[in-house]
Design a protein around this ligand. Structure first.
Ligand SMILES: [Zn+2]
Ligand SMILES: [Zn+2]
Length: 290
C-alpha cells in the first residue's frame, strides 16, 4: 500500500494531556512520514497555532481540531471537531466554560485523594502539567512518583477512573450542544473511538445512539483507532456505510503517558488516506454554498 499522504486525525499535546509540545508532535509526525495531522486536544484550541506554524515550516498540513467530552452512560462519549475556527466567538465562550468546570474539578479530586490517605497537593499536580491544562493523567503521574501506585493504570483503576474513589465527573455538556458548537464554528463533528461508548454488547442501542447523534449533526465515525480491533473496526465501518457517514481514523496519541500508542498507528496495516480529509473539506464547502 502506498504511504502517500497518510493522515493521523486524533492526537494530543501538552495543551491537554499529551506529553509532546505541538512543535514536537509535528516534528515526530514528519519523521513518521505523516503528511496530514489533526491536533485534537481536550476542550482547548490553544495548541493549534503553534502546531500549524510548525506544520508550515515542515511542509505538513495541520488540521485545527478539538475533542469534547459529553454526558453519556454507560461509557465515554467524545466528539471530535475538525476544521473549527479557533477565533470563533461561539467556541471561545463554550471552551472557557468547560475550562472553568475542569478547574473546579481538580481541587475536588485532591480532596478525595487526601481522604483516601494520599498526601498530594494541587500544587504538585500543577507542576506535573507544566502549566498546561490539568487532566487525570497528571494526577496519576504524581501518584506514581510518590510511590502510591506502581503505574498510571493502577492509579486510574484504584482512584481516578469512573466509579473509583476519587472520580469527579466534570461532564456537563450534552452531545447536541457540543455538536452545535463545532458546527457553528465551521467544523465537522465526528464520534471518537465508538468502542468507548461501551455498547458493543447492545448493538440495538448502539445504532439508536448513532442515529440520535446524526440527527444532532454528527458527520462521521472514527472507525479506526489504536483502541479498536480489526473486528470492531469492521462493525463500525458497517454502521458508517449504512448511515452514509465519514469514516475517519486516528491514533489518539498522547506521548509518554500511553507509551503503547504510536503516532500514526491505528491498527496493523491501517492507513487513513487523504481522501478522508478531502471529504470533510467537501462537506464544509457545500455548507458554505448552501
Ligand atoms: Zn477520547
Ligand atoms: Zn483523544
Amino acid at each position: 500500500m502506498s504511504n502517500a499522504r497518510r493522515c493521523d486525525l486524533h492526537t494530543h499535546t501538552t495543551h491537554s494531556d499529551g506529553t509532546l509540545t505541538p512543535t514536537e508532535l509535528v516534528e515526530l509526525a514528519r519523521a513518521r512520514g505523516i503528511s496530514c495531522l489533526a491536533v485534537t486536544d481536550h476542550d482547548t484550541l490553544s495548541g493549534i497555532e503553534e502546531a500549524q506554524d510548525a506544520g508550515n515550516r515542515l511542509g505538513l498540513e495541520v488540521i485545527s481540531g478539538i475533542e469534547i467530552s459529553v454526558m453519556f452512560e454507560p461509557g465515554t462519549l467524545h466528539i471530535l471537531g475538525y476544521f473549527v475556527d479557533r477565533n470563533s466567538a461561539k467556541i471561545r465562550e463554550c471552551l472557557a466554560q468547560l475550562q472553568e468546570a475542569r478547574s473546579r474539578r481538580n481541587p475536588r479530586i485532591v480532596e478525595r485523594l487526601r481522604a483516601d490517605g494520599l498526601d498530594i497537593s494541587l500544587h504538585e499536580v500543577e507542576a506535573e502539567s507544566g502549566g498546561g491544562q490539568i487532566g487525570r493523567p497528571h494526577f496519576a503521574q504524581v501518584m506514581v512518583k510518590k510511590g502510591y501506585v506502581k503505574d498510571a493504570d493502577e492509579a486510574f483503576q484504584k482512584y481516578l477512573a469512573r466509579g473509583a474513589s476519587a472520580y469527579v465527573d466534570k461532564r456537563t455538556l450534552a452531545s447536541r450542544a457540543a455538536i452545535q458548537m463545532i458546527e457553528e464554528s465551521g467544523g465537522i463533528a465526528v464520534l471518537a473511538h465508538p468502542k468507548q461508548l461501551q455498547l458493543d454488547s447492545d448493538p440495538k442501542r448502539f445504532e439508536d445512539e448513532i442515529r440520535r447523534l446524526v440527527s444532532e449533526g454528527l458527520k462521521g465515525i472514527e472507525v479506526y483507532s489504536s483502541c479498536q480491533s480489526k473486528k470492531e473496526a469492521a462493525r463500525y465501518r458497517k454502521t458508517a456505510v449504512e448511515l452514509n457517514l465519514l469514516m475517519t481514523g486516528g491514533s489518539d496519541f498522547h506521548g509518554a503517558v500511553r507509551p503503547a500508542v504510536q503516532l500514526g498507528w491505528m491498527g496493523d496495516g491501517v492507513t487513513i488516506p487523504y481522501e478522508t480529509v478531502d471529504q470533510m473539506k467537501h462537506i464544509i464547502l457545500e455548507r458554505k454554498l448552501r
